[in-house]
Design a protein around this ligand. Structure first.
Ligand code: NAG
Length: 235
């Protein structure tokens, strides 16, 4: 009798454990993001450099880590908080410029990588974190100013510690919505005034954009915040 009871308990535990595994697998199936890479570079110098110094596997891993990092920065613990993107494809191609994101695709110019002098992996990761932010951020239904969109992407890059040395220093720049590094530094200042500011701003931009968001979150207009920021650094 005693043995039977023990084995019944074990069976019940096994069943419970199996159910838990199935449940976790189902959750994964619903929410997992697929990552793919499409290397169109052939034998270009940049393509060869990409494959020898970075590689496909490492890129896919960085895309996945970037996603987790971005959801964390945006405080999107619940899948319903996030954009619904089932798959992100990275294209490595012989193009122009540095990189861009469009339609859940990231395009990186291999010529840029080929000619890069400095820490190539750090630069590549920084570019991926920036572009992956474009995949996940809300854009106020197209109403958010472009400079703010780019500033948030670079804010994530800053938080990930993948910024290049040519970036402006804190307090530099002409306008809050200048974009990229200038706006990223300003957003870091705002985030210091209210921890999680960028996450809350992003949340508000799910359905639209309004300059009043700054007032709602920080009690001051964005222009006032910009002049406070400039004054703090003696500009
Ligand atoms: C450097 O850039 C030029 C111009 O885009 C390109 O033709 C050349 O292939 C690049 N070099 C490398 C090693 O990728």
């Amino acid at each position: 009798m005693v043995f039977l009871r023990v084995s019944e308990t074990i069976m019940a535990d096994t069943l419970l454990f199996t159910c838990l595994l199935l449940f976790l697998a189902a959750m994964q199936g619903v929410h997992a993001v697929d990552y793919a890479i499409n290397d169109n570079t052939g034998n270009s110098g940049g393509g060869v450099r990409f494959r020898t110094e970075i590689g496909a596997q490492s890129s896919l891993q960085t895309m996945s880590s970037a996603t987790d990092f971005i959801w964390d920065i945006f405080q999107q613990t619940n899948p319903s908080d996030r954009k619904n993107v089932p798959k992100v494809t990275l294209f490595i191609e012989n193009g122009d410029g540095v990189a861009f994101a469009i339609n859940n695709e990231i395009h990186v110019n291999a010529n840029y990588l080929g000619n890069y002098t400095g820490d190539l992996r750090k630069e590549f990761n920084g570019v991926l974190y920036h572009e992956m932010t474009h995949i996940w951020q809300w854009n106020g239904n197209g109403q958010t100013p472009g400079g703010l969109i780019e500033g948030i992407a670079d804010f994530v890059r800053l938080k990930a510690n993948y910024i290049p040395s040519h970036w402006v220093k804190p307090g530099q720049g002409d306008r809050w919505d200048q974009g990229y590094d200038v706006t990223a530094r300003f957003l870091e200042y705002c985030d210091g005034l209210r921890n999680g500011f960028v996450a809350e701003l992003n949340k508000k931009m799910r359905s639209g954009y309004n300059a009043g968001f700054f007032v709602e979150l920080l009690g001051k207009t964005v222009d006032q915040l910009w002049s406070d920021y400039k004054a703090k650094y003696g500009n």
